[in-house]
Design a binder for this molecule. Structure first.
Ligand code: ZN
Length: 456
């Protein structure tokens, strides 16, 4: 826990008013936003998504009702670096029936029951053969695991361990009414123009079926971020990508190499709705502005958090941070992938995520973007000794701060370090003050003509 925040009047007010960052009109109703994000997740939850197919398309259509979204279709067979866009997979139904004709496993009850990308099958088999195609979790006998077979043509069912135990020596009818045929890979792109063509890239994966934290939280938070940013005057342009994991980012990178020099900051958002603490995974470079911005926001969030070094496993940061690109892209999540038992199981459902945690993650994303948008470097126009702040009314200049002590200190930090070499973020880091306080002080000093911005 960071105790500094309790001494910080502006942040206290931000927390009390449930808005963030309050001082620059980046305001929104925090609680209802968390509820909206959760509601959108609930709407997306029943859809059977995969890396291609109608489930991904339907998901993109629903995102497109909320933000301007261009849906791209890339043909199966398209070469993308060392990969090939796979065939398109669609599924209508699937079940396992016993010899009495009773459905003992039913896709209509959970789309996790079918291994994603299972090839079609319809035949009668023995229990022994069936068991070669069944997957369960003995340690969690009521949970259905989530499994895929994207790049190896195979079929199978995921069942609860209790379902598996209940199967008798019998003849079973297995049916997977699916198609795996040439088609397209679909992804969505939302581009918001800012004052410059320099970009912030925000991506999330859209390829998981009925799983809550792993993929729906990221989709819903990213959608609401785009919706919020649309209402703001932006310095950066923003590119939101809603893509199937791995093959989606590889496809986008392959087809958009010319745009990559514009990307100045990037964030993969995922796993944002569980009760665990926030985790930021650094970009490959480790000291990019996004890494420092995320670290600063988490440090001043008033809650426990962790920051982990880049590692080449996880989500699409693996592709964005591959050595041929080495883009400044980090990943914001709560409990990391594989570090909670519900991960990739039916227990990662809508009860595993809560609006309050979604709101908290959303607020941290907003604060990170606010910081990137408002970071800048200034020059103190009165560098020989301190300027007299009192005669300029600066002791009371910071909106709403009851006690001028902290703000006066931040004014002094900004004045002292605004030598054209330190950004506001660096001043915030050195002073151990919240970036919002430092930014407000810089604004007050600008109004008093004591600072001037440095271009670039
Ligand atoms: Zn996953």
């Amino acid at each position: 826990m960071c105790s500094l925040l309790t001494d910080n009047p502006i942040h206290e007010r931000m927390l009390a008013e449930n808005i963030t960052p309050a001082e620059a009109n980046w305001t929104y109703p925090r609680q209802s936003t968390g509820e909206d994000i959760y509601r959108f997740m609930s709407e997306l939850y029943p859809i059977c998504r995969s890396i291609t197919g109608e489930g991904a398309r339907e998901t993109l259509r629903l995102i497109g009702k909320r933000i301007p979204l261009k849906i791209h279709e890339v043909s199966s067979g398209t070469a993308v670096f060392d990969w090939v866009v796979p065939k398109e997979w669609n599924i209508k139904d699937a079940y396992i029936k016993n010899s009495q004709g009773e459905k003992v496993v039913d896709f209509q009850k959970s789309n996790l029951h079918v291994i994603s990308y299972s090839i079609p099958v319809h035949r009668k088999i023995s229990l022994g053969e069936l068991k070669d195609h069944l997957f369960a979790l003995p340690e969690h006998p009521d949970w259905i695991p989530y499994r895929t077979s994207y790049y190896k043509e195979d079929w199978g069912f995921c069942v609860t361990h209790n379902q598996l135990l209940a199967l008798n020596d019998d003849e079973y009818e297995v049916c997977i009414d699916a198609t795996l045929e040439p088609g397209n890979l679909s992804y969505g792109e939302c581009y918001l123009s800012g004052q410059t063509t320099d970009e912030v890239l925000i991506t999330t994966h859209i390829c998981h079926p009925s799983l809550g934290n792993d993929n729906l939280s990221g989709i819903a938070v990213a959608t609401h971020l785009a919706k919020l940013l649309r209402g703001f005057q932006l310095r950066y342009s923003y590119r939101f990508l809603f893509i199937p994991a791995t093959i989606g980012s590889i496809t986008w990178l392959c087809q958009n190499e010319s745009k990559l020099p514009n990307i100045k900051h990037g964030l993969v958002v995922t796993l944002l709705g569980d009760a665990g603490q926030s985790t930021y995974k650094k970009s490959r470079c480790g000291i990019a502005a996004i890494d420092r911005a995320a670290a600063h926001v988490l440090k001043h969030s008033g809650a426990a958090y962790s920051i982990v070094e880049f590692h080449p496993y996880g989500y699409d940061e693996r592709q964005f941070c591959s050595p041929g690109f080495n883009l400044p892209v980090g990943c914001l999540m709560r409990t990391p992938n594989g570090c909670f038992p519900e991960y990739h199981t039916s227990a990662d459902d809508l009860s595993f995520v809560q609006p309050e945690y979604l709101a908290d993650s959303f607020s941290k994303c907003v604060s990170i973007l606010y910081l990137l948008e408002n970071n800048g470097t200034y020059l103190n126009k009165n560098p020989k000794c301190e300027p007299q702040l009192g005669k300029r009314g600066l002791y009371k200049a910071i909106g709403g701060a009851g006690d001028g002590g902290v703000d006066t200190l931040s004014l002094l930090w900004v004045l002292n370090l605004s030598d054209g070499k330190h950004s506001l973020l660096e001043i915030a880091e050195k002073s151990n003050l919240n970036f919002v306080i430092i930014k407000n002080s810089a604004d007050a000093l600008l109004r008093a003509d004591l600072l001037e911005p440095i271009a670039g």
